[in-house]
Ligand binder design. Sequence first.
Ligand SMILES: [Zn+2]
Length: 293
Amino acid sequence: MPYISHSEDGDRMPELPEAEVVARQIRAGLLGAQLTDVWIGRADIVREGYDTARWYCGGTLRSVERFGKSVALGFVNGHACRYVVAELGMTGLLLFQSTATKHPQHVHVKLSFEGGREPELRYWNPRRFGRLSLLDKAGLDRYRTRRFGLDPLAVSQQDFVRLLQERRGRLKALLMHQQVIAGIGNIYANEILFRAGLHPNLQVSQLSVRKIETLYTIMCKVLDEAIRHGGSSVRDFFAPDGSEGQYKRRHLVYGKEGRPCPNQCGGVIQRLRGERSSYFCPRCQAVRSKRHA
Ligand SMILES: [Zn+2]
């Protein structure tokens, strides 16, 4: 079993593909199982609804959904329905019992189950940047509306085009703006833009409809491929069963500063440092030399 630790470097946030892998594994391992016990090691890991924790005991896990980079577990108990929403923020992970962690003192919540393939789901979070919320349906709706824009895997091409045409600003920042498009972080934004041949700092208003349509197709393809490969374990991501995402092997530009462009155009991958670094090929993703009309 892998030992899980955390690093000090940036881009720790799991993105949409990693959250989707988490949701799918929990669905496969625990859907339909009964929750027999809830243990909360420290109250401040629960952002909202701490007093309702006992309600969940005896409930059945009926749904596992991903919203942006969060995973929502839906429980039914009697005629009522409530949710446990986990933010997979900076090093926040949902792990099955069999996955060993290097710092078990950072397991802050344990959910015990009967009747599933797994006996326990744990929320492990050494930095406590992420939180859990215990919400009813109205609370979940508020949580979603406040935090998440359109989901890249659910939005239609038409709505995506309309959304980008309504916005101003730099393209990469927009792709990473969670309240506009939920789930894409720095790794996938860089990979998507390279494959689309679009400079990270391009103004969204410069994009033609055709370019936006291409961007949409590539965005869906990159995210789908990443999910199929278990996501990207660049630093801290492990799936609930402890497996690492293999999509990092398919990264073309992220973390590849100074390497030759994979398109063999003769360019060298550049890194633009900022709050979140941009990796791009100045030839394939020229910001001004090509017309984007
Ligand atoms: Zn190139």
